[in-house]
Design a protein around this ligand. Sequence first.
Ligand SMILES: Nc1ncnc2c1ncn2[C@@H]1O[C@H](COP(=O)(O)OP(=O)(O)O)[C@@H](O)[C@H]1O
Ligand SMILES: Cc1cn([C@H]2C[C@H](O)[C@@H](COP(=O)(O)OP(=O)(O)O)O2)c(=O)[nH]c1=O
Length: 219
Amino acid sequence: MSDGLFLTLEGIDGAGKSSHLDAMEALFKARGRTVVRTREPGGTPLAEILRGLILEQPMDPLTESLLVFAARRDHVVRVIEPALARGDVVLCDRFTDATFAYQGAGRDFDTQVLSTLEQWVQGGRGAAGLLQPHVTLWFDLAPEIAAQRLAGARLPDKFESQPVEFFRRVAAGYAARAVADAPRFVRIDASQTRDQVWQQVETALVARGALAPESGAAR
Ligand SMILES: Nc1ncnc2c1ncn2[C@@H]1O[C@H](COP(=O)(O)OP(=O)(O)O)[C@@H](O)[C@H]1O
Ligand SMILES: Cc1cn([C@H]2C[C@H](O)[C@@H](COP(=O)(O)OP(=O)(O)O)O2)c(=O)[nH]c1=O
């Protein structure tokens, strides 16, 4: 048995997730953990190629979902599962909740099909069941505020160019996922200042037992 930790960050574009990745990585490293920092879509050479297509090319929601899950399969098999088996911390910027939120709720695509793909890609582990994050930090922010934060911050990609109504649906999709799997989710009030958001992140990690005390360091 390993004590690998699979931690994901979720939320609409501009919610502020990425702003805390460096500090989270440092927090785990200070406790002697090896951190594999990764993202979706992406995380392997093949998945990064698929990411470019997903974020740039117009396509129908089924094609988008298949590509997202194809990228995820490569990522899971090549990076996430081996890292967890070694006992590492996998710090992943988005995972399958994003597919239910963006393709399912945002694009109004059939969530039964998404659940089937989820079983194919994250299943096949026998008694271990579906591969799911141990903890998911959900950065919850009103789409209007996220849009203000993103304005001028970077060149918008295919999703970031969507109207605010799209992000309202995506946000509702995240809320539904959080209700459906409440023990895994931690809601972060992302409307607060960066320092306050960080405090919430740190508190959540301690509360979920994800952070061993610093004195207990090296594993
Ligand atoms: N708590 C915050 N308050 C105000 N602006 C923020 C906050 N957190 C992040 N930002 C800014 O908002 C923008 C989006 O943040 P980012 O971390 O890239 O979001 P995400 O990764 O969720 O898309 C960036 O310009 C960032 O500097
Ligand atoms: C993982 C995933 C991401 N996405 C979208 C959400 C984001 O708009 C985009 C990439 O996410 P992200 O890495 O957060 O973008 P950025 O680096 O610009 O902050 O892909 C999906 O639509 N479905 C998915 O399953």
